[in-house]
Design a protein around this ligand. Structure first.
Ligand code: HEC
Ligand code: HEC
Length: 199
């Protein structure tokens, strides 16, 4: 095959683009086993099985890896503060965070929590009307960079929704801020109860 100058130029450009792209993404793939070792310092609060030791600490089991990763990045950068997480993340590299995220995301999800049925149904209705499922997934199991709410501690979810509503917790792209703005305290309580009732 005889190449014209133009095709050669295109091939050269394509080659350098590929080189550039590989330099950008040459981070090692996430390693859940390495993550387990690196997560030792987290177990005191989030446990080895990802089910946290108290209701003000979030469960991490089965959280989408990107969600864990971005939250850790935000704590390290101090865009998000709370629970001493800024200090915990200070010495973690991006690769540490990817590995730890791979570890926790692969664990079985938290068990569903039973509660008053009327409140669960009310929460489900609000979630439908407010399109929470369109971002957090049909069963609120989370996706991509968006947190799993299913099986999450209701106290934790309530605190976060109030903090996001007031602006005390800044969200990465503003979408969650708008979603929380119109919620009453009662709505938030019902939503948190509904989310906890899912598995
Ligand atoms: C001393 C207890 C403690 C330790 C140790 C700790 N955490 Fe946390 N973590 C918390 C608390 C409390 C929160 C909730 C912070 C808030 O109120 O916003 C949290 C929040 C998080 C979140 C946000 C979850 C979400 O759904 O948004 C992630 C991710 C997280 N921690 C990961 C880790 C990792 C990884 C480690 C170990 C490197 C770790 N934590 C160590 C107490 C702890
Ligand atoms: C347009 C997409 C979108 C919609 C709709 C949405 N969320 Fe979110 N939600 C997000 C994103 C993105 C985050 C992560 C925010 C951040 O920390 O930057 C988030 C975070 C949260 C958190 C914090 C979770 C944690 O683990 O810390 C809660 C709780 C939450 N959302 C509940 C809800 C509820 C309840 C609804 C419906 C009223 C809702 N969301 C609707 C995108 C959305």
């Amino acid at each position: 095959m005889k190449l014209t100058f133009k095709t050669k130029a295109i091939l050269v450009v394509a080659f350098f683009n590929a080189l550039l792209a590989s330099a950008v993404v040459n981070a090692a793939p996430p390693d859940a086993l390495a993550g387990q070792a690196k997560a030792q310092i987290c177990f005191a609060c989030h446990s080895e099985n990802g089910l946290s030791i108290s209701s003000d600490i979030p469960n991490l089991a089965a959280q989408p890896p990107l969600s864990i990763f971005y939250q850790l990045i935000q704590f390290r950068g101090q865009q998000r503060k709370g629970g001493g997480m800024e200090a915990v993340t200070m010495t973690l590299s991006d690769q540490d965070m990817r590995d730890i995220a791979a570890y926790y995301s692969a664990l079985p999800p938290p068990p569903a929590k039973s509660a008053n049925v009327d409140k669960i149904v009310k929460g489900q209705q609000i979630a439908g009307a407010q399109y929470c499922n369109s971002c957090h997934g049909p069963e609120l199991q989370g996706q991509k960079h968006i947190a799993r709410l299913a099986g999450q501690s209701p106290e934790y979810v309530t605190t976060q929704l109030k903090n996001i509503r007031s602006g005390a917790r800044i969200d990465m792209d503003g979408t969650m801020g708008s979603a929380a703005r119109g919620l009453s305290d009662e709505d938030i309580e019902a939503l948190a109860t509904y989310a906890a009732s899912l598995n």
